[in-house]
Design a binder for this molecule. Structure first.
Ligand SMILES: Cc1cc2nc3c(=O)[nH]c(=O)nc-3n(C[C@H](O)[C@H](O)[C@H](O)COP(=O)(O)OP(=O)(O)OC[C@H]3O[C@@H](n4cnc5c(N)ncnc54)[C@H](O)[C@@H]3O)c2cc1C
Length: 522
């Protein structure tokens, strides 16, 4: 069966990763009518598999990518205000290793990093002696000196949801689990075919402009757009992470130099864990098959164990994930080191006599999604009915209106819901920000939150995620909307799946079809 919506929308976005979500949010905020379709769950592609750093990228200074670093550092400041619950400061400790990068080089790099863009809230870098610094306690005694500098961590998958909620708030239509099949030019508009990824039902839409934000699948999506030949060659570069029980006291992370000249990070993760990553490996298979290799785990363990007193063992690994960076080649970089391929984004734009434009997004970083969207809308502006100016640099995304800061928001939540357990309150405030109040509603006791599923997951949160965040499967909830997959037992996951199967029999939101299959677990 084919359902048709008669009026052309202004913009159709392919892909519900961070870049598609940010474009939809920016465009809808300008008053454009927007539809976004994601084939799987939102952020199920690269945008839930990043290192979760909101950063300028210290190491890109080595490849002289100053413009990218400056722009990303500016975005770091904006995102701290736009999504304060999802982006938080972290102090990173960089041990000096004789024989690797010299002290003067690191010092110079950090000086630049401190000053390339205005830094209002984050402390500047400093030189530290580990004998007198708490970060030294976890390190082997041969590491004597190092540096500490500021960056931010963020929740990648939740940043995607926050942008989609922002888009929806401005009237965008957000379609989960709808595959873009093809688009054909018909005079002034695009005729777009979608397929419901669950029921195989076809849906037809019309839009004046297209944005291809399919990330690693950008070439395949582009091939289904009439008259668009994408000539760029994408390189898929795999990066993997392992998660182990918490390895040290304190909120700081470590930025570690590896023996092959790369860098790796180790961070506190979800309070009780440490995440370690990432690698840079060419990936030749389809992007959706990406997985961590045993030798990557060996490599990461060998490298971190050069630094830490307490060895991390293979048996400590409680979770791992891998993703592919969709990088594109510039000039003669084809055979160069994969870690030096640019992380910057670029666009192709194609149109017929000023009509039916399609903008294709190549590359990008989690950190620069807002700026990328602003640039994309500027490129499309000549083709669209005059929209309002963009306001994403000033606008706070849903959940971000916390008041002065996260800590005072948590204190107010504690006053109003004194029966909430401390870690649960903290988890709600970090995941949902001010929307935590909508989740909790009129609950007056833990028992008001309904069926407990394990850890601190209750029915009310599950329902909230189904009703307001397009969640359908246990994996959506446990690995993308939250990271409770780290804490739930197999029996608890089964209980949740049974509950979700029953919930799917109820009407779903946003025309999202039911039932849905299990996804691959992030
Ligand atoms: C290992 C790793 C670590 C990283 N670390 C960082 C970091 O710390 N900081 C940082 O700033 N950046 C980081 N990045 C980069 C960042 O994660 C990516 O730039 C970003 O997530 C890309 O988002 P995207 O929206 O372009 O792609 P994706 O998130 O992959 O989204 C594309 C979406 O399009 C959908 N799609 C594809 N085809 C179709 C179709 N036909 N119909 C409908 N939907 C379709 C896919 O299902 C997918 O969800 C990292 C990347 C990797 C791989």
């Amino acid at each position: 069966m084919t359902t048709a919506t008669p009026d052309p929308h202004d913009l159709f976005v392919i892909g519900g990763g961070i870049n598609g979500a940010a474009v939809a949010c920016d465009a809808a905020g300008r008053g454009l009518s927007v539809v976004l379709a994601e084939e799987r769950d939102f952020a199920e592609g690269t945008s839930s598999r990043s290192s979760k750093l909101i950063h300028g990228g210290l190491r890109y200074l080595e490849t002289y990518d100053f413009r990218l670093v400056r722009e990303a550092l500016r975005e770091r400041e904006i995102l701290m205000a736009r999504t304060p619950h999802l982006v938080w400061p972290i102090r990173l400790v960089l041990p000096h290793v004789p024989g690797l990068r010299p002290l003067w080089m690191i010092r110079l790099g950090l000086l630049l990093y401190d000053h390339l863009a205005p830094r209002r809230r984050l402390a500047p870098s400093e030189t530290i002696a580990f004998a007198h610094h708490p970060a030294g306690a976890a390190l082997k005694p041969e590491f004597r000196r190092g540096f500490a500098y500021s960056d931010c961590r963020g929740d990648d998958a939740r940043l995607v949801i926050a942008n989609l909620l922002g888009a929806e708030q401005h009237g965008a239509r957000i379609l989960a689990r709808h595959r873009f099949v093809a688009a054909r030019r018909d005079g002034e508009v695009w005729d777009i075919q979608l397929e419901n990824a669950i029921t195989a039902e076809r849906l037809a839409l019309r839009a004046r402009a297209l944005v291809n934000a399919a990330g690693p699948w950008v070439i395949a999506a582009g091939a289904a757009i009439d008259g668009v030949g994408l000539k760029r060659r994408l390189r898929l570069v795999k990066g993997s992470h392992i998660v182990v029980p918490r390895q040290w006291e304190g909120d700081h992370g470590y930025y570690l130099q590896t023996r092959d000249g790369r860098t790796m990070e180790a961070f506190p993760f979800e309070d009780d864990f440490t995440s370690i990553g990432t690698t840079d490996q060419p990936w030749e298979e389809p992007a959706e098959r990406v997985r961590i290799a045993d030798r990557e785990i060996d490599y990461m363990l060998a490298e971190v164990n050069r630094y830490f007193r307490k060895p991390v063992q293979r048996a400590d690994v409680v979770w791992s994930y891998a993703g592919v960076r969709p990088l594109f080649e510039v000039g003669g970089a084809r055979d160069s080191d994969l870690s030096t391929l640019t992380r910057d984004y670029s666009f192709d734009i194609d149109h017929r006599d000023g009509r039916t434009p399609v903008l294709t997004i190549f590359g990008g970083k989690l950190t620069t999604h807002r700026r990328l969207a602003e640039d994309a809308l500027a490129k499309l502006a000549p083709f669209l009915r005059p929209p309002r100016p963009g306001a994403t640099a000033q606008e706070v995304l849903p959940g971000g209106d916390l008041g002065p800061d996260v800590e005072s928001f948590e204190a107010s939540l504690k006053r109003d819901f004194p029966w909430l357990l401390e870690p649960q309150l903290r988890r709600y405030s970090r995941l949902y920000g001010a929307r935590a109040r909508a989740l909790l509603g009129s609950a007056r006791a833990l028992t008001d939150l309904g069926t407990p599923f394990g850890a601190d997951l209750y029915q009310r949160e599950v329902d909230f995620l189904i009703e307001t965040e397009w969640a359908r499967t246990a994996d959506d909830i446990l690995w993308r909307r939250t990271k409770l997959g780290l804490r739930l037992t197999a029996a608890a996951v089964d209980r949740l799946s049974t509950y979700l199967a029953a919930a799917k029999k109820q009407p779903a939101r946003s025309g999202d079809p039911i039932p849905l299959p299990r996804s691959d677990g992030g």
